[in-house]
Design a protein around this ligand. Structure first.
Ligand SMILES: *[C@@H]1O[C@H](CO)[C@@H](O)[C@H](O)[C@H]1NC(C)=O
Ligand SMILES: *[C@@H]1O[C@H](CO)[C@@H](O)[C@H](O)[C@H]1NC(C)=O
Ligand SMILES: *[C@@H]1O[C@H](CO)[C@@H](O)[C@H](O)[C@H]1NC(C)=O
Ligand SMILES: *[C@@H]1O[C@H](CO)[C@@H](O)[C@H](O)[C@H]1NC(C)=O
Ligand SMILES: *[C@@H]1O[C@H](CO)[C@@H](O)[C@H](O)[C@H]1NC(C)=O
Ligand SMILES: *[C@@H]1O[C@H](CO)[C@@H](O)[C@H](O)[C@H]1NC(C)=O
Length: 269
C-alpha cells in the first residue's frame, strides 16, 4: 500500500520578479523547500540504456507482475518550486479570497488530478474545492508512455541528455495524438507545441500513481469532474456513464457538491 507523508517542510521565498499581466500585477516566486518523505526503493536495477527502459514499458502494458519495490526509505531532499502570485489592479468585493492553483506534473491533467485526489484524502483541510480533469475510477493503462515509450534522454537529447534512463516519454507528436486527441476536434499545432515542450515522466511516478486515488471521507468542499468523451487511459475511449453517483459517493461521501461535466465541455480526448 502506498503511503505518503511529509514530515517537515520549510519554505523561504528566495527570488521575486514583478510583472503586469492583463488586469493583474504578478510576482514570480522561487520557493526553496526541504522535504522528508517516505520513498520506495525499487526492486530492479537502473535501466541500462533505452533498450531496457522500452522493455519495462512492455512489462507495464502487460501488467507488471513482479513486486516493484523492496521496501521504503526516508529520504530528505531539497527542491525549488516556481510559483506566481497575482493581485488584481482594482480590488473587488472578493479581494480577500486567495486562489491557490496547482497544475499537474507531466500531462497537466490526469496525473495532477490523481495528486489532487490524494491530497484531498490525506490532507483534506488544504483544499477549499477541487477540479479533477481527465479522470475516472476506471483506469485502464498508462498508454501515453507504454505505447512505444522509452528514455527521454534518447528522445530529446538536446533537452534531456543529462537525465538518467529512468526518465521516460512517448515517441512523438503522433503517439501523443493517439492517446489524447480526437480528430478533427483539435489544432495539430497544439499537439506539436505540446510535444516540443514536453517533460519526462519518471519510472517511480508510473509505478505509484494509481495509489494516490484514495477515498476522501473528510473532504467537505465541492468536487468537480471534467472529462472529454473519448479518454483512452481512463475510459478506454468511452467516458459516458463511468462516473456514477455510487462511485463519487464512495470517494467523496462528505463533499458539499459533486458535479460531473461531460464531453461538450472539452475538445480533448
Ligand atoms: C550495459 O549495456 C552495454 C551496451 O549494451 C553493455 O556493454 C554493458 O555491459 C551493460 N552494462 C550492464 C551493467 O549490464
Ligand atoms: C520514516 O520515518 C517515520 C517517521 O519518523 C518512521 O515512523 C519510519 O519508521 C521511518 N521509515 C524508515 C524506513 O526509516
Ligand atoms: C533521495 O531522493 C533524491 C531525489 O529523488 C535522489 O536523488 C537521492 O538519490 C535519494 N537519496 C536516497 C538516499 O535515497
Ligand atoms: C468502472 O469501475 C467501476 C468501479 O471499479 C466498476 O464497477 C465498473 O464496472 C467499471 N466500468 C467499466 C465500463 O469498466
Ligand atoms: C463522512 O461521511 C461518512 C459516511 O457518510 C461518515 O461516517 C463520516 O462520519 C463523515 N465524516 C468524516 C469526517 O469522515
Ligand atoms: C459509450 O458507453 C455508453 C454507456 O455504456 C453507451 O451507451 C454508448 O453506446 C457507448 N458509445 C459508443 C460510441 O460505443
Amino acid at each position: 500500500m502506498f503511503r505518503y507523508s511529509l514530515f517537515a517542510i520549510s519554505a523561504i521565498i528566495i527570488c521575486t520578479v514583478a510583472t503586469t499581466i492583463n488586469q493583474a500585477v504578478c510576482t514570480d516566486l522561487l520557493i526553496p523547500i526541504e522535504i522528508t518523505a517516505t520513498t520506495f526503493v525499487p526492486n530492479f536495477a537502473p535501466f541500462n540504456g533505452s533498450t531496457e527502459a522500452t522493455n519495462f514499458m512492455l512489462q507495464l502494458l502487460n501488467g507488471y507482475t513482479t513486486a516493484p519495490f523492496k521496501g521504503t526509505q526516508n529520504n530528505t531532499s531539497s527542491f525549488i518550486i516556481s510559483a506566481q502570485y497575482c493581485t488584481p489592479f482594482k480590488p473587488s468585493a472578493r479581494s480577500t479570497t486567495l486562489h491557490l492553483m496547482t497544475s499537474g506534473i507531466g500531462l497537466d491533467k490526469t496525473y495532477g488530478s490523481e495528486l489532487t485526489h490524494g491530497l484531498a484524502a490525506t490532507a483534506p483541510h488544504l483544499s477549499d474545492g477541487i477540479v479533477l480533469t481527465g479522470f475516472t475510477y476506471n483506469k485502464t493503462k498508462d498508454y501515453p508512455v507504454v505505447l512505444g515509450g522509452h528514455s527521454i534522454n534518447a528522445n530529446q537529447p538536446e533537452r534531456f541528455a543529462h537525465l538518467g534512463n529512468g526518465y521516460l516519454t512517448w515517441p512523438d507528436q503522433y503517439a501523443l495524438q493517439y492517446v489524447y486527441f480526437s480528430w478533427p476536434d483539435f489544432d495539430p499545432g497544439v499537439v506539436a507545441a505540446f510535444e516540443e515542450n514536453k517533460w519526462p515522466l519518471s519510472t517511480g511516478q508510473l509505478l505509484t500513481h494509481p495509489a494516490y486515488v484514495l477515498p476522501a471521507p473528510a473532504f467537505t468542499g465541492p468536487v468537480m469532474y471534467i472529462n472529454g468523451n473519448n479518454d483512452l487511459c481512463y475510459c478506454f475511449s468511452n467516458c459516458t456513464g463511468l462516473l456514477t453517483p455510487a462511485l463519487t459517493e464512495l470517494y467523496f461521501p462528505n463533499a458539499s457538491v459533486v458535479e460531473v461535466l461531460g464531453e461538450e465541455c472539452l475538445i480533448e480526448k
